[in-house]
Design a protein around this ligand. Structure first.
Ligand SMILES: Nc1ncnc2c1ncn2[C@@H]1O[C@H](COP(=O)(O)OP(=O)(O)O)[C@@H](O)[C@H]1O
Ligand SMILES: [Mg+2]
Length: 223
């Protein structure tokens, strides 16, 4: 099982949005569990409104994370995402410790990016691979790329080559307990999510923790 902690010190940057979209995408190639560590339980509420069994969403307090991950592994989960509350204190630390890989989410704005340093530091101290993904970037213009370069220089963090743009469907799909790729399967958001998942699955494969069924480089370059 490959476990990804989705973290950020800041709220509202898209941790839950990306955890759910990646979870739905990953579930096309095998069982997925999303562990919702956030007391706001947005991911769990999203799952309450769904008929589909996958991805499984489990809300649990941070103290039960190890038990929840153990159960997920026993149930045949291949990819687990840990959605966290905006924090750097012990719950976020628990997620980082339990993870094989840390995904820091930030919007491209300067104030968002300047808050990621401590997340990078925690992941590095824990010895975990860590990558920054820029979410909700303006649809046009080079702000996101410049922001990524700045973050790389400032914090020495690897930046994901896939940028997720600001697209209304990311928000309104969740209202109906769905994801963008389910609402608009041919839309740009769907392509971005597929590309992000392909990229992540490759990283998991590189770490020897996942074999990648049907990776499509064509979709990555299309995003
Ligand atoms: N790429 C995006 N495009 C448009 N809206 C987004 C995007 N990502 C997140 N949002 C919106 O931003 C808000 C916060 O997202 P959320 O995933 O709840 O953040 P977090 O879990 O980090 O607090 C939500 O209203 C969500 O719909
Ligand atoms: Mg959230």
């Amino acid at each position: 099982m490959f476990t990804v902690a989705v973290i950020a010190q800041k709220g509202g940057v898209g941790k839950t949005t990306l955890a759910l979209h990646l979870g739905v995408e990953a579930a096309r190639s095998g069982p997925v569990t999303i562990i919702d560590l956030d007391p706001q339980s947005s991911a769990a509420q999203w799952a309450d409104g769904r008929q589909a069994q996958q991805p499984a969403v489990v809300a649990c307090p941070p103290a039960r994370l190890a038990v929840a991950l153990h159960a997920a592994r026993r149930n045949g989960t291949r990819i687990a995402f840990i959605d966290t509350a905006p924090a750097v204190e012990s719950p976020a630390l628990a997620a980082v410790r339990a993870a094989d890989f840390c995904l820091i989410v930030s919007r491209p704005g300067i104030l968002d990016l300047r808050s990621i340093g401590v997340n990078v530091e925690i992941a590095k101290l824990a010895g975990k691979p860590v990558v920054l993904v820029i979410n909700a970037a303006p649809v046009q213009g080079g702000q996101a790329v410049a922001a990524g370069e700045d973050a790389h220089k400032r914090y020495g963090v690897e930046v994901c080559p896939i940028i997720v743009r600001q697209r209304a469907v990311f928000g309104h799909a969740l209202v109906g307990s769905r994801c963008a790729q389910e609402v608009e399967p041919a839309g740009k958001a769907a392509i971005e999510v597929a590309a992000l998942w392909d990229w992540l699955a490759r990283r998991a494969a590189d770490q020897g923790q996942y074999d990648v069924p049907g990776i499509s480089m064509a979709r990555i370059s299309a995003a």
